[in-house]
Each structure stands twice: as structure tokens, then as C-alpha cells.
Design a protein around this ligand. Structure first.
Ligand SMILES: C[S@@+](CC[C@H](N)C(=O)[O-])C[C@H]1O[C@@H](n2cnc3c(N)ncnc32)[C@H](O)[C@@H]1O
Length: 251
């Protein structure tokens, strides 16, 4: 599948995955340090809705926001300017599995809805290198909320994300990757709709028109429609969970 095509279809949305300003802020409140003059890295930031909140919550810090797709970063730069935050948000186009930063250089690493792209375990083990020894990492990740999901829902995830796990199995992956779990909480359902699915639903007729002759794009659109239908039916069975983590070794 053409990643640029998928990204292009997600341009002009408030964000590119489920999330909520209040949840970003709550995750920050779970980090037990008063960070002053520190460095934060936001990986797979998209157009950076959560980056802007981080910049507001940590007013003395520099936030480096990275994504593979430059137009999202351009959008974030514009948004940051509008909010007077341009001096403290630095964007950097980079792949999350090949980051051009110094080892042990960040106080906090953040990644909402993006770690799955290289697999949670790989992501944590690789990103840990860029955290200071007493650093914190926050990820949001899909998880099963019940032990026996419905057949239709399970079948859908077998196709799109077979690695989805229960929250307790996810915690085990996290510990094996070298982190302590400080706190976990679930993204409320409004985090799927307010800034993600609802604007996406509005955009779909335009996407269908623009990409009328592009069979790959039509397939992506059908996939998104199916995803939203599944979420409407089964949001009690799975969702996004935030994991607030501390690098092991200095606890
Ligand atoms: C589900 S979106 C999440 C975006 C944002 N964190 C949010 O919650 O709105 C995943 C993001 O990862 C980016 N991405 C995809 N592959 C990537 C890679 N290999 N390295 C860095 N970013 C990548 C996409 O461009 C997209 O912005």
C-alpha cells in the first residue's frame, strides 16, 4: 500500500489518529516530574494536535516533533505559529526506526497511536536509547478490553492489526522492553469521534470524488468505512490505552 497516498488522504484533518487533548494532558499529569528546560520528542506526530498541548503544558521545554510525512509537519509548523508556540516546537522529518538524534538526550518521549507502525516492542526497545536514564515515555496503543471479542471484531483485527493484545499482555511487552508502568488509562470514546472519525466522515465524499479513478484509494476509503462501522458496533471490546512508562534502571 502506498503510504504517501494514505497520508495524503489524512491531510486537513485535526489529527491523524484517535486522541483527545484532555487525555494528552492527563497523561502528562501522571509523570511525576516538574520538567523545566527539558527536551521532549514526539514520534509519529502527524499534524501535531498532541504536540501543541505538550508545548503548552511544558512551557520551558523544547518539543521535537517527528513524522515521515513532511506535509503533516508543515501543517504543525503553521498551527504552532498561530498559537505563538513556533519557538518551542521543532519539526524533523524522520522515520521512527531511524532517528537522527543523540542517544540519552530526551527527558520524555511521546507517541500517540504510532508505535504500532514498527511494533510496540521494537519501538520501545529502539526509542529507549534516546531517553535519559531517568526518562519517561508515553504511548497510546490499541488493546482488547475484553477476554473474548466478538467474531466479527476479531476477524477485522486479524486483517488490520493481528498484534493487538490485552492491556495486561501489553504491560508484559512493556516490562520486557525495559520500562516500569507508572499509569494506564483508556482513551474515552469521544477521542475516537471528536477530532478523528467525525471529521473523516465529513471528508469521505470529497475523497471519493478526488480519487474516483484510483482503485488503491477506493480500497483505503472502504477500509476506513469498515473500521468506523466496527468501532460503532464494538467500542466496548477494544480501544486505545495510554501507557505512562519510566525507563528501568533508576526507579
Ligand atoms: C495514526 S497516525 C498518529 C498521528 C498523531 N500522533 C495523532 O495521534 O494524531 C500515525 C502517524 O505516523 C506517521 N508515520 C507512518 N510511518 C512512519 C514512520 N516510519 N516513521 C515516522 N512516522 C511515521 C504517519 O505519517 C502518521 O502521521
Amino acid at each position: 500500500m502506498d503510504v504517501t497516498l494514505i497520508s495524503k488522504m489524512f491531510e486537513e484533518l485535526p489529527r491523524q489518529g484517535p486522541g483527545l487533548d484532555e487525555s494528552t494532558a492527563y497523561a502528562c499529569s501522571q509523570i511525576p516530574i516538574n520538567l523545566k528546560g527539558g527536551k521532549i520528542l514526539d514520534i509519529g506526530c502527524g499534524s501535531g494536535m498532541q504536540t501543541l498541548i505538550l508545548a503548552k503544558i511544558y512551557p520551558d521545554c523544547i518539543i521535537t516533533a517527528t513524522d515521515l510525512y513532511q506535509p503533516f509537519l508543515n501543517d504543525l509548523t503553521l498551527r504552532a505559529k498561530k498559537e505563538g508556540l513556533e519557538g518551542r516546537i521543532v519539526t524533523h522529518q524522520a522515520s521512527m526506526d531511524n532517528l537522527p538524534f543523540d542517544k540519552s538526550s530526551f527527558d520524555i518521549i511521546w507517541s500517540e497511536g504510532s508505535a504500532f507502525i514498527i511494533g510496540l516492542s521494537n519501538a520501545l526497545m529502539y526509542w529507549k536509547n534516546f531517553l535519559k536514564s531517568d526518562g519517561y515515555l508515553v504511548v497510546s496503543e490499541s488493546a482488547w478490553f475484553i477476554d473474548s471479542p466478538s467474531d466479527e471484531c476479531k476477524k477485522f483485527f486479524d486483517e488490520i492489526y493481528p498484534d493487538i493484545k490485552s492491556e495486561s499482555d501489553t504491560k508484559e511487552i512493556i516490562r520486557d522492553a525495559g520500562f516500569h508502568v507508572i499509569s494506564t488509562f483508556r482513551l474515552p470514546d469521544s477521542g475516537w469521534w471528536d477530532n478523528y472519525y467525525s471529521p473523516l466522515i465529513k471528508r469521505i465524499p470529497l475523497l471519493k470524488e478526488i480519487y474516483a479513478d484510483n482503485s488503491d484509494a477506493q480500497m483505503i476509503i472502504s477500509g476506513l468505512e469498515k473500521e468506523m462501522e466496527i468501532h460503532q458496533k464494538y467500542s466496548n471490546e477494544y480501544g486505545y490505552t495510554f501507557f505512562v512508562l519510566k525507563k528501568q534502571g533508576n526507579y
